[in-house]
Design a protein around this ligand. Structure first.
Ligand SMILES: [Mg+2]
Length: 173
């Protein structure tokens, strides 16, 4: 049962993904979780690295779409000034949000990747939907109170899948 939580790759951070790697893996569109993946929950404006990365993706025509379980008003506040579109109330680990994002982008499943910081929601949803996935290190280790329970469960799954710890890569290998 734990295999359905296994990511295709484990990468240090969203902005470590570079164009060369994405092209090599035939990735043409990126679905990305919001909280603790795109931005830290306590820093909704994002970092300079993030803004630079988004610009680079745009320059190479790789759409980045936020797929979040959060409500539209909260996502809107964060992504509007970053220039990203989004799917709200995605219901991850279910596939509703990913399905909607894929339809909006019109990109085949085999050319999409889901990036997120949680095995239980982001990675599980990607595996159920049948697309590749990238687990990133959560941007901050302290977390909003309402995800503390999830994080405990997350730990159990992580220890099963990565008994010697996760190797955070700098690229897709
Ligand atoms: Mg998250």
């Amino acid at each position: 049962m734990f295999q359905s939580f296994r990511p295709t790759w484990t990468v240090e951070a969203l902005y470590a993904l570079d164009i060369k790697d994405l092209h090599q893996q035939n990735i043409q569109g990126i679905l990305v979780d919001l909280d603790n993946t795109l931005v830290a929950w306590n820093n909704p404006d994002g970092t300079p690295e993030l803004r630079k990365w988004i610009k680079e993706m745009r320059a190479f025509d790789i759409p980045v779409m936020v797929v979040s379980n959060n409500k539209a008003s909260r996502i809107d506040r964060v992504v509007t000034h970053l220039g990203l579109s989004y799917v709200a109330r995605a219901l991850k680990p279910f596939t509703r949000g990913l399905h909607e994002a894929q339809k909006k982008l019109g990109i085949p499943k085999e050319n999409l990747v889901m990036v997120g910081d949680q095995l239980m929601t982001d990675i599980k949803a990607a595996n159920s939907f049948g697309i590749r996935s990238i687990l990133v290190r959560p941007l901050v280790t302290s977390d909003a109170w309402n995800t503390k329970f999830n994080r405990a469960m997350e730990k159990v799954v992580k220890n099963k899948l990565f008994p010697t710890g996760i190797r955070w890569e700098r690229k897709l290998t």
